[in-house]
Ligand binder design. Structure first.
Ligand code: CA
Length: 230
């Protein structure tokens, strides 16, 4: 397990690193968030310890950027703060932090919090797998398999399939699908939906030596689309 420590005070960073290494974690360190997002994308830590007060941008701003980034948003974050104020805690949790620990803390307490968060995240991850017939969608690795073979599809087709698989047997109009999958602030023509539905069906039918599952995405005449195994 790889933990990224973002903390500007080197003494605290060292203390944390030593405690975590003793507990069997490997550590990456950063003293500010300047190159943070790219670093996180490249290194994919299992968890981030993020200091609240950092030079050149507060930890909370960085947390918000992480949570807006598709490649980073699922990485759990524990906020570290010197100010044990309730306001900070609420703000941090609202911005998407998984936990919060006030300085000074004992390394053992930190390790216990990290383990608790990782357990919770793994629990969540298990629920993030949806299977319908031979189609399996894994929201953690962002992979789709058909009869246990990988399927290549674009990000929009993935989001469409994810929406359909978590909302089965219901009919959605093109407008509703645009709102749910593309987002309500995006201007896209309704026929764009048809294009991506075609691509999604093609992807589900594309695997050699596997069954075809494109028929799960059904056209409902005069209404829209439905995902169903019936
Ligand atoms: Ca600091």
């Amino acid at each position: 397990m790889k933990i990224l420590i973002i903390e500007d005070e080197s003494a605290i960073r060292d203390m944390i690193r030593m405690g975590l290494e003793l507990a069997g974690f490997s550590c990456l360190e950063m003293e500010d968030t300047r190159y943070g997002l790219n670093f996180v994308r490249d290194n994919k830590p299992d968890l981030i310890l993020l200091d609240w007060m950092l030079p050149g941008g507060s930890g909370i701003e960085f947390l918000r950027r992480l949570k807006r980034d598709d490649g980073c948003k699922n990485i759990p974050v524990i906020m570290l703060t010197a100010k044990a104020e309730e306001d900070n805690k609420i703000q941090g949790l609202e911005a998407g932090a998984d936990d919060y620990i006030a300085k000074p803390f004992a390394p053992r307490e930190l390790v216990a919090r990290i383990q608790a968060v990782l357990r919770r995240v793994n629990q969540r991850a298990r629920e993030d797998v949806i299977v319908v017939e031979g189609v399996r969608l894994d929201n953690v690795s962002h992979r789709v398999t058909v009869d246990e073979q990988n399927v290549k599809m674009g990000p929009t087709e993935y989001k469409l399939l994810n929406f359909f698989m978590s909302h089965q047997d219901r009919v959605y109009t093109r407008g509703q699908l645009l709102d749910q999958v593309w987002g309500s602030n995006v201007y896209v023509e309704e026929r764009t939906v048809d294009v991506h539905i075609r691509r999604l069906r093609k992807a589900l039918d594309s695997v050699v030596n596997a069954n075809k599952y494109g028929h799960l995405v059904q056209t409902v005449r005069g209404a829209g689309y439905r995902f169903s195994s019936d």
